[in-house]
Design a protein around this ligand. Structure first.
Ligand code: FES
Length: 148
């Protein structure tokens, strides 16, 4: 039996539709898997310094979290008026730490770890101290910079 040209066209159209749908489905299925296995290269931020706060923005014995090089950092104004700046990423499981003015230390709520204001581990599971940054004043700005 010879096929009519119209049936061939309809059959071809349905065939191409099925192939296209299958290709789209497989793409949806495997794209996230491939992106997981081969993650895109994310350029390391070249940010070496940032304006973390304005002078007198922080009261003595308080702190603020600010973004620095795509990660949270913490600026602490000690009771003496001195400033400290550290990474706010806990060295245990990367939770964001916070300053606790009630015991003058940096605290990680995830596993109750404590760091002193210089980043050293006081207690808890963190395997390493917090990285520290330089703090300088420039006019009305408090500049936090990576150490050279
Ligand atoms: S993540 Fe900070 S102590 Fe576990």
């Amino acid at each position: 039996m010879k096929e009519e040209p119209e049936q061939t066209t309809r059959r071809n159209f349905i065939g191409w539709g099925l192939i296209t749908s299958l290709a789209a489905f497989l793409g949806m299925l495997f794209y996230p898997i491939v992106r997981f296995i081969i993650p895109p290269t994310v350029a390391e931020s070249s940010q070496n310094s940032v304006v973390a706060a304005k002078v007198n923005e922080l009261q003595p014995n308080s702190a603020k979290i600010f973004p620095f090089a795509n990660k949270p950092a913490i600026l602490i104004r000690l009771a003496s008026g001195e400033y400290r700046a550290l990474t706010a990423v806990c060295t245990h499981l990367q939770c964001t730490v916070q300053y606790r003015s009630d015991f003058n230390a940096i605290w990680c709520a995830c596993h109750n770890a404590k760091f002193d204001v210089n980043g050293a581990v006081i207690s808890g599971p963190p395997p390493a101290p917090l990285d520290t940054f330089e703090v300088n004043m420039s006019g009305d700005d408090i500049i936090v910079s990576k150490r050279a």
